[in-house]
Write a protein that binds this ligand. Structure first.
Ligand code: IMP
Length: 431
């Protein structure tokens, strides 16, 4: 079996895109299994910055099959733009390179309008969503009302579904004092994107992935967002609306867990979070600003400043367990160069008690005070380091400390945004 899952072990934006990009070279299929255009994977290829929201980053490699699976929510307007970008850059040359599940859910403009209206009505209590309509689209799916990509091509079904959905959505939009949508408008809107989606429409992507793995092909599953944003296991309700953990790669594509060989948990050398919600190791001082500036921590989708803090090993231990992480990839280690000492959150204090496991209650997450252990820093610039033995001793100590605490090897270390700025302790998915 050769299914490899790459997931974010923190609150998203861990740098999964870069790891997926490198591993995609060694894969036959690259599968995006959940979320939508709320994600943003920034890649630097040959010095050029490319941001992908929906299309798996495997598209930047030749002879790969990229899949957007059933568990995703697809904004066809955003997808069309992305298709245009990768086509113009010369990466998408054949419809064989991309399969879009006909059972993925479509995000309509009314989903976005509702997402944004709800957020503004929540004021200070807002989730801080990306405003991309993710929550309302998943709600429709759970309510068994969603318009699936395949429905777009059956005008009678589309019209009937729109009629039923819009009755409810318009009532809600009226409640929020927002503009309403007509069936005709939405039919026309959908029509304008059909041509761009049609060449890639695939009825059963799960079967194709199953067959690929069964015949010895390598399939890479690319997670979006991060573990602590999982709709069931994250810092609920400050989460996204899909399941972001490794198990979701199976449920969202329609394959069995026995198809998976390994799970790579990607994490940054420190922690970040975009939007609202608990973040125990957050640094609300100059040091937090320093990490934000030095790490250039801005959301790839919304451009918002990311909140920054020390690495949180309580949250990471939780992520290791939830995902069954077998290998870790440590990103942005170079950002920590220059600090005298580096903090690591090793436990929380909640109601005066030391707590070593992630809480299950929001109020406990909110009360959690970080217990920080300090490790010695290093001054050397790491961006040119090309071999593990050239890492400063204190950087190696930092890596070993994390790996020992989590009981999982750190097999990849990233010291810059470029593909070449990656140190492989163990070659994963290699021949
Ligand atoms: P939504 O996914 O747009 O509904 O947003 C819900 C929460 O997840 C918000 O706090 C967002 O900032 C966060 N979020 C969604 N996508 C990402 C991502 O790709 N990286 C980091 N945070 C994200």
């Amino acid at each position: 079996m050769s299914g490899l899952i790459v997931i974010g072990a923190q609150w998203g934006d861990e740098g999964k895109g870069k790891i997926v990009d490198v591993l995609a070279e060694r894969s036959d299929f690259v599968v995006r299994f959940q979320g939508g255009a709320n994600a943003g994977h920034t890649l630097v290829v040959n010095g050029k910055k490319v941001v992908l929201h929906l299309i798996p980053s495997g598209i930047l490699h030749e002879n790969k099959t990229c899949v957007i699976a059933s568990g995703t929510v697809i904004d066809i307007e955003a997808l069309q733009k992305e298709l245009q970008t990768v086509t113009e850059l010369g990466y998408l040359v054949s419809s064989k390179q991309l399969q879009i599940s006909s059972t993925a859910t479509v995000i309509f403009p009314f989903h976005k309008a509702l997402d944004q209206a709800r957020e503004s009505s929540l004021g200070e209590n807002k989730i801080g969503t990306t405003g991309r309509g993710i929550g309302p689209a998943y709600e429709d799916h759970a309510a068994r009302k969603a318009i699936l990509v395949g429905d777009l091509f059956d005008l009678d079904v589309l019209k009937a579904k729109l009629k039923s959905i819009l009755e409810e959505k318009n009532a809600l939009l009226k409640y929020y004092k927002q503009e309403q949508f007509t069936v005709k408008q939405m039919m026309e809107w959908a029509q304008s994107y059909l041509q761009s989606v049609e060449p890639y429409l695939t009825p059963d992507v799960g079967f194709n992935i199953y067959r690929a793995i069964k015949t010895g092909k390598r399939v890479l599953f690319e997670g979006a967002q991060g573990t602590l944003l999982d709709v069931y296991h994250g810092t609920y309700p400050y989460v996204t609306s899909s399941s972001t953990i490794a198990g979701s790669a199976c449920t969202s594509t329609g394959i069995g867990p026995n198809m998976i060989t390994d799970v790579i948990g990607v994490f940054k050398a420190y922690a970040t979070r975009v939007g609202s919600g608990p973040f125990p190791s957050e640094l609300k001082d100059d040091l937090g600003d320093y990490l934000q500036t030095k790490g250039f921590e801005f959301g790839a989708t919304t451009g918002r400043k990311r909140r920054c803090g020390w690495l949180d090993l309580v949250a990471m231990k939780y992520a290791t367990r939830l995902n069954g992480i077998t290998h870790l990839a440590l990103m942005k280690l170079d950002v920590l160069s220059g600090l005298d000492k580096i903090g690591v959150c090793v436990s929380y204090e909640i109601n005066g008690k030391a707590v070593h496991e992630a809480p299950t209650k929001l109020s406990d997450w909110e009360k959690a005070k970080p217990i920080i252990e300090f490790l010695p820093g290093w001054k050397e610039d790491l961006t040119q380091v090309s071999s593990l033995k050239d890492l400063p001793r204190n950087a190696t100590l930092y890596i070993d400390f994390i790996s020992k605490h989590l009981g999982v090897p750190i097999d990849v270390i990233s010291v810059g945004p470029g593909r070449e700025q990656t140190l492989w302790v163990k070659p994963l998915f290699a021949n």
